[in-house]
Design a protein around this ligand. Sequence first.
Ligand code: ATP
Length: 206
Amino acid sequence: MRLGVFGGTFDPVHTGHLVAAETAMEAADLDSVLFVPAGEPWLKDGEEVGAKRDRMRMVELAIEGNDRFIASDMELQRPGPTYSADTLEELRDQQPGEQLFLIGGMDALADFGRWSRPQRILELATLVGVTRPGHGGLDRAQLDGIRPGASGQVIVAEGPLIDVSATDLRRRLRRGVSVRYLVPEAVERYIYENGLYGTVNGSNDD
Ligand code: ATP
């Protein structure tokens, strides 16, 4: 089986994530995609990140009804900073029959050289890079510097470009600007019901 692993802060999960996962699934012919909210995302060190329980619940709500999308709390359970290499090792040990594919937007992959143990990641998984508005293609020289020939093995998944980011969504919510259709309806409801991101409980009722 071919399993996609899609890590992120998902603060909150949005339409861009869902389209990216679908695009990656088709491009890499995956059987399913595991959404893995990061526990303590080390790249976001110093920034405040939404509660683990809320980010996890929003992912569950977002993927409800798609039985090829699965939510995993494995990084939320693990103490300390979250590293993809650890996640892939854990998955390989738990599910040795799976072929692993690590999914990331082009913005995330541009930083790949700064990730923890990038060589190990390339041993454990095939990278799937999803196009994202405002972000260029692969940094082939960087990838080949980590492992010769690595850039040629990356699967580039080109889909519809969805110009949505969690940063922009948090800003909109704080200002009382609509996020309708930018996040799944159930996620929008959860945000307002729980007063997340500076919203006032129930304020999207009208
Ligand atoms: P933030 O704005 O807080 O940095 P984000 O919207 O980039 O958040 P993350 O949870 O950090 O969301 O992203 C998880 C993964 O999803 C990353 O690999 C990122 O590149 C990818 N991703 C996020 N939004 C999009 C999008 N609109 N199109 C394609 N890929 C995306």
